[in-house]
Design a protein around this ligand. Structure first.
Ligand code: HEM
Length: 428
């Protein structure tokens, strides 16, 4: 491993928000969270926040961390967790109380649980996602991708939207097959998953909460019926396996099984999809890097790590102080929400030398894109594998790939980062 720019110990004392004008930092955060310009170029804004106040107490009621080590420390600290849903509810607009109550009636998925429930639920599904288990899927994922690319080539159009043709259907098919969700049912989930991911944003309007509650109800109903089918006729899939675990004892309640199914299926939608989209966009905007990767397939694994670092599909994460604690030496009360800006941590010069340079040979440790600590992404091996398969096979199949337009539009929201469409021209 090459040496990062400097260790945290060498960090010069940075001004806290108290010392700088907190309003200036909040204004930058507002641009990030609320404006299309902020979404188009978050990285310069992250840099300004990090330089002004790497540990920022926002007037919006939460703390914001933008350095790699600080984010990692909070995500790994058992004094921080997902917290009491009532604390989370306090951050939601009161107009959405009924919708919030509907959301709360359902069992939270592992993503929102603290130990011991988190440990119990995660343990039951984790073996399906180990690096060894998913590696066996490499040839099959390659064949699925080839099928999608054959379809594109047969259509013979001038340009193709990679998001619609590859980045969305591939991960959805992979996780859909693993769970045993019939192909005809999969597309119905896209609007539901999109509506429910609004809950991951820092700023949510009441209408979005209502839409998320409605989508959650639809998905729960869908899985109740699917599980009833699987109970009658078990298949060779993860849901049938989890059902067998459930029937054999009380390790997983029925409502927990449903929230697990929703989380696992939903996780394949806007995350790996955006790894493929953001990663390809980065390569197409850096033709030298693309040429290097084409010439040296051994770069594939580090390239996917660098593409994850460069433009992470998940830009932020967060934890609640479960009791009184400190953040970077500063006292925080129980219930304080701390935002860990993963996208900013990935560009922290204390961790990554020349962070604003895309370097596919970079070897400075993993990006923060999959989070850290006990909630570290369960699907990371699968996501990495899918990224590797896509970039390898796209470059092998097409001797030329270029952007049909550089004017891309980002999806609303900051937490999940991805483009609405990515039109490219390919030549075999
Ligand atoms: C490039 C793609 C992906 C990215 C960037 C990503 C990112 C993340 C992040 C940052 C977390 C931590 C959340 C937290 O700390 O609260 C997480 C958790 C999780 N991810 Fe992913 N993810 C990706 C793909 C996937 C896939 C394909 C799956 C499929 C199963 C998946 C399943 C999960 C689950 C179940 C959790 C919750 C783990 C827990 O709470 O213990 N992810 N992911």
């Amino acid at each position: 491993m090459t040496t990062p720019a400097a260790s945290t110990g060498d960090r010069p004392p940075a001004p806290h928000a108290d010392a700088v004008d907190a309003g200036v930092v909040d204004a930058i955060l507002g641009e990030l969270l609320l404006t299309p310009e902020g979404r188009r170029d978050p990285y310069d804004r992250y840099r300004r926040v990090r330089e002004l106040a790497p540990v920022h107490r926002s007037g919006l009621g939460f703390w914001v961390l933008t350095c790699y080590d600080d984010c990692q420390q909070v995500l790994r600290d058992p004094r921080f967790g997902k917290g009491d849903p009532d604390d989370r509810r306090a951050r939601l607009p009161p107009e959405a109380v009924d919708a919030v109550a509907r959301i709360r009636r359902r069992a939270p998925s592992m993503l929102f649980l603290d130990p011991p429930d988190h440990t119990r639920v995660r343990a039951l599904v984790s073996k399906a996602f180990t690096a060894r288990t998913v590696e066996r899927m490499r040839p099959h994922i390659g064949r699925l991708l080839d099928g999608l690319l054959d379809g594109i080539d047969a259509a013979g159009g001038d340009t193709v939207d990679v998001m619609a043709a590859v980045a969305f259907p591939l991960p959805v098919t992979v996780i859909g097959e693993m769970l045993g969700i019939p192909p005809a049912d999969r597309d119905a989930f896209q609007p539901w998953v999109r509506a429910s991911t609004a809950l991951l944003e820092l700023t949510i309007d009441p209408a979005a909460i209502v839409a998320a509650a409605d989508a959650g109800d639809e998905m729960s109903r869908y899985f109740e019926e699917l599980l009833a089918d699987r109970r009658r006729a078990p298949g060779d899939d993860l849901l049938s396996e989890l059902l067998a675990v459930r029937e054999a004892g009380d390790a997983l309640r029925e409502d927990e099984l449903i929230s697990t199914a929703i989380l696992l299926f939903g996780a394949g939608f806007e995350t790996t999809t955006n790894l493929i989209g953001n990663g390809l966009l980065a390569l197409l905007r850096h033709p030298d890097s693309l040429g290097r990767l084409r010439a040296d397939p051994a770069l594939l694994r580090p390239a996917v790590e660098e593409l994850l670092r460069w433009d992470s599909p998940v830009q932020l994460d967060g934890r609640v102080a479960l009791r009184e604690a400190e953040v970077c030496g500063r006292h925080v009360d129980r219930g304080t929400f701390v935002v860990t800006m993963l996208g900013a941590a990935n560009r922290d010069p204390q961790r990554f030398a020349d962070p604003d340079v895309l370097d596919l040979t970079r070897d400075q440790g993993p990006p923060m894109s999959f989070g850290s600590g006990i909630h570290y992404c369960l699907g990371q091996a699968l996501a990495r594998l899918e990224g590797q398969v896509v970039f390898e096979r796209l470059l092998r199949r097409y001797r030329r790939i270029e952007l049909a337009s550089d004017d891309v539009t980002y999806r609303p929201g900051l937490t999940l980062r991805g483009v609405t469409a990515l039109p490219v021209r390919c030549e075999r």
